[in-house]
Design a protein around this ligand. Sequence first.
Ligand SMILES: [Zn+2]
Length: 122
Amino acid sequence: MALIKCKECGKQFSDMAEACPNCGYNPTRAKDKALGLKPKGERKSKAVALLLTFFLFWAGGDHFYLGNIGTGVIVLIASGISVVIGLYEFVLFAVALIACINFLRIACMSSADFDQTYNKEI
Ligand SMILES: [Zn+2]
């Protein structure tokens, strides 16, 4: 445990503390803000994105979670129509192939790259 100097008020506080007890300055939050990232609690998780890509690719679950609503709707409609007209083998194969590529892309992304891509403050 060490003492760090508050960038806002100049007083010292423990590096174990989440924020300065004197003025409320939060170094982690300030760093996130400087990088343009959302606060920790509001961020999308890479693990959840991978699980949704793996299990709900056919419904566009990963696209909805990651904020690509348009792509999610297209995948959902394509999957739905393919089942109705009986072409689901072909369409689901194509959707699954794209999901595999998406899964590998997200899995190979570093946490920093994932945050820069999906957790930017608007
Ligand atoms: Zn302070």
